[in-house]
Write a protein that binds this ligand. Sequence first.
Ligand code: ADP
Ligand code: ZN
Length: 617
Amino acid sequence: MPVNDSTLEGTLRRVFGFSGFRANQKEIILALMSGQDAFAVMPTGGGKSLCYQLPSVMMPGTCLVVSPLIALMKDQVDGARSNGIRAAYLNSSLDEAERRNVMQQLLSNSLDLLYIAPERFALDHFQEMLRRVQISLAVVDEAHCISEWGHDFRPDYLSLSALVTLLPEVPVAAFTATATHRVVQDIRNRLRLRTPYTVRASFDRPNLYYEVVFKDNADAQLVSLLRQNPGRSGIIYRTSRKSVNDTAAMLQSKGFRVLPYHAGLSDEDRRKNQDAFIRDEIDVIVATIAFGMGIDKPDIRFVIHADLPKSIENYYQETGRAGRDGEKAHCTLLFSQADIHGVRFYIDAIAGEQERARALASLSEISAFASSPVCRRKTLLGHFGETFPHENCGSCDICCQPRDTVDCSREAQMLLSAIVRTEERFGASHIVDIVTGSRNRKILELGHDRLKTWGVGKERSKKFWRQLIDELLVRRIVARSEGLYPVLVLLPKAVAILRKEETVHMSTLRESSVAAKTKGSPADIARPELFGLLRALRREIAEEMNIPPYVVFSDRSLGEMAQGMPQSDEELLAVSGVGEVKLRRYGRRFLDLIERYRNSSGGGEAFGASGPAADEG
Ligand code: ADP
Ligand code: ZN
């Protein structure tokens, strides 16, 4: 590649270190650079920022970006600067001198990229000044904030409809990850876009693996999931503050590097914990849904929901925080029918009738998602009106983990008869205690150890029985009563099963596929020791420069370095995410580290003079 290659691809390579565009990026960039407005609905991680950052370095003047989250501006600017883009932001966090300095840069046309908060744009004197400087491109990020129908409406965004009259010559680009059609229409109207080039990207996130796991013992399951992901960044979502605190404490006591995050913590603690996560000082954050809005961390390798999310939208958005860098990431939902009851309880407390009805509808959708044997991806995308075109997505538990359908009619009869004999007055765990022959106090006090069904199923695990009860609930053979202490009651279908007129089948994971479970988990990294060393160096540099580690290099870049073990500037430049500026700033230190590794234990065989490492397989 010639150094002064000024084509789009050349600039992509030189500035960002990327070897190709992602879907839609090039088309959007071409439209904007030819002066057309653009409107793009793209999922998180789709690569929206590149669509304006690349033109910002190629077009004369400054690209103005309106963004609602002050917390993210600094990150965006750090990221752009790390690639050598002349970027700055203006918001309330700057002091007078800093602000004046940025204004000076803007007036002297020495900024490629300027991020501002919407309040700033609403100011008369700021608009006055915009007329006097050269603006190449105006970008409205998180454009759904302009719509009152959306979930993040920001009144300040309404002032942005003045953009097209204030800067009539300047193309306007609007970006959002919000999918609903009503909001999308509203954005277009309010921004008064002029026949924009419009993109509605697929909402599929192919690098995310979705799985739903029967929730048996959440604590033990979390511990085991964390053990499978040593040193990787992840989020565990829980519904209540108390469960966040308890889970974080439990995991800390087992030696995991985790911190809690919820609205009950002081502002300062929240910020500290979030920073520790962003800076890789801890691996995992245990959080309520209060967490996530203000973070852009692209290398989150797993998201675990230990409780049922409120809706499919919430689930999609929360899992969407994983794998923004395009590398593999794992989304696990721990679920049992008992969770539905927990959420019901909270929904019943909602005052507004409409709101309650909406919450109930969301609950039934998300529980259907979790309980039905349909490709998870298909269900998620279907929710956004998108049809997933393949039979097998290759990246969810339903598509990847072979199951056996087992006839459980006899076992179902045992459960049902235990329910009948105790007059439908007990909950699931007591019924399980009966069939498994427990001698706990409650059983003995009630004399339930004298029931005919006591102990009939003791050769099976409690987990099996709980799972079977879930199955009976899903098939509406039994139901759980309302109230604080729900009991299991029979529904009409149960009679046919007790009379052996109908059968019950349950699908269970094939034993051999327990190993396959880790399939689709975060990419197997070549040379994990070297990868670890590279990560340590990344953190060291990040600390020196006071920026998040992912701004230095992405996981992908480090993974490719560990795999290919580049020896020269040219080889390092071939690594994704290594552009000229990063090469100049950090290249030497990474090359030296790789060289030292190669010369020490076991590094030598990996990369002979015979061929490029990319051929290794
Ligand atoms: P969004 O704003 O749409 O959520 P980002 O702009 O943050 O997405 O991009 C997500 C990640 O993808 C970033 O780490 C970015 O560097 C990376 N990325 C964007 N475009 C490309 C590309 N063409 N090739 C490789 N990586 C890319
Ligand atoms: Zn699937």
